[in-house]
Design a binder for this molecule. Structure first.
Ligand code: SF4
Ligand code: SF4
Length: 371
């Protein structure tokens, strides 16, 4: 299998403000182009696109291509498992939504110190073992957002998992909260192959600061900035797959152009990435990946990731307070709470896989946009 997979979390939209309005003709074209180029792996989840991503992939992929021409991965939404029966009910619903009778890869979605309690209470690992024994899934694993120590504990207790999905990118490699390097090393120590999520950090590493962009472009004028991030993750020996959540055909075409005949980073390129990492870290105040895990639980309906993007854009803008950011903010607060409406209940912080201090960061947003 080629080392590059199609993430189905950021599908092309007809209306940027509504994740349930997917541009199906564009998605179909993307799926077809991906398969024609010899790639096969698609990664969806119950919760993506307001619980509709699996249905979109059934229409664009499953119903239009032979079952043996693609590899389909999806994930059990742990917070929705409230009793023993929920696991089988949710799994069957996923088979139905995806219009398949088995999954190639099946994951417990987003294990962290909060959701691990659910995993243990409802024996979720035994559940996926059973599914595998029944042939209803081919490979079992989990996605993970927490410390390397917890990952070590889970892999010690469950040495039979086939893979683990980790957030790995060059900006988070040495990040103390994400612990990309440490988690990668734990998985490798246990002999468990790694699937990489967020190699471009939710698009952050496709639009880097001027200094980093110059470093990349001086060395490879023809390669995109995003290509460095995907190649960085794919260059790790124990990485079996790098997922990218592509939102339009241009992004897909760009990714395929360098992943079709993948070349790992050479020593000089690794050095350039290190220098770029320093420059980027200095330039991005809030490192949100726009995964949106925080938004559903917010009692004030605050558009957290959107506000963080606007704040980052504002901070990186030479012309501070540039009207476009202010105009976007004014539009968003018509339907969402303002940054200053936050009541510090911290529900969002518990859901954030990046462990961002959202309440404090919203205060920064409020200082710029609510004053
Ligand atoms: S802490 Fe603020 S932003 Fe977070 S869920 Fe509560 S009100 Fe919403
Ligand atoms: S604040 Fe955290 S949970 Fe919310 S979108 Fe950003 S990274 Fe995701």
């Amino acid at each position: 299998m080629k080392k590059f997979g199609f993430g189905c979390m950021r599908l092309p939209l007809l209306d940027a403000g509504d994740v349930t309005k997917v541009d199906m003709p564009q998605l179909e074209k993307m799926v077809d182009t991906f398969l024609e180029a010899g790639f096969t792996y698609f990664d969806t989840a119950y919760v993506y696109h307001s619980q509709q991503s699996e249905r979109f992939m059934a229409e664009a992929l499953v119903k239009r291509h032979p079952r043996d021409s693609f590899t389909l991965a999806t994930k059990l939404p742990l917070p929705m498992v409230k009793c023993e029966e929920d696991k089988e009910r949710l799994f069957q619903e996923q088979l139905d939504k995806c219009a398949v009778d088995f999954f190639d890869y099946y994951l417990l979605h987003n294990i962290n110190s909060n959701t691990y309690g659910i995993v243990k209470q409802f024996n979720c690992f035994d559940f996926i073992r059973q599914l595998k024994a029944q042939g209803r899934i081919k490979r079992m694993g989990f996605s993970f957002h927490d410390s390397a120590a917890l990952l070590d504990e889970i892999l010690t207790q469950n040495p039979d998992v086939d893979f683990v999905q980790l957030q790995i990118n060059y900006l988070d490699w040495e990040n103390q909260s994400i612990q990309s390097r440490l988690c990668y090393e734990v998985a490798t120590k246990h002999g468990i192959p790694v699937i990489v999520m967020e190699p471009i950090k939710g698009g952050t590493l496709a639009n880097v600061c001027e200094k980093a962009e110059k470093l990349f472009k001086d060395y490879h004028p023809q390669l995109s900035v995003a290509s460095w991030a995907v190649r960085y993750a794919a260059s790790l020996d124990n990485v079996m797959m790098v997922l990218s959540g592509m939102s339009n055909l241009d992004q897909l075409t760009d990714n395929l152009s360098y992943m079709k005949e993948f070349q790992p980073l050479n020593a000089q390129e690794k050095q350039i990435v290190e220098e770029a990492t320093k420059a980027i870290n200095e330039s991005i105040p809030i490192q949100c990946t726009a995964c949106r895990y925080c938004v559903d639980g917010c009692p004030k309906h605050i558009a957290i990731p959107e506000y963080f993007t606007l704040y980052n854009n504002h901070s990186q803008s030479i012309n501070k307070g540039f009207a476009i950011q202010v105009a976007y903010y004014a539009n968003l607060i018509k339907e969402h709470g303002k940054a200053s409406d936050c009541i510090a209940c911290r529900k969002c912080e518990k859901a954030c896989p990046q462990h961002l201090p959202i309440v404090e960061d919203l205060k920064l947003v409020a200082q710029v946009f609510d004053n």
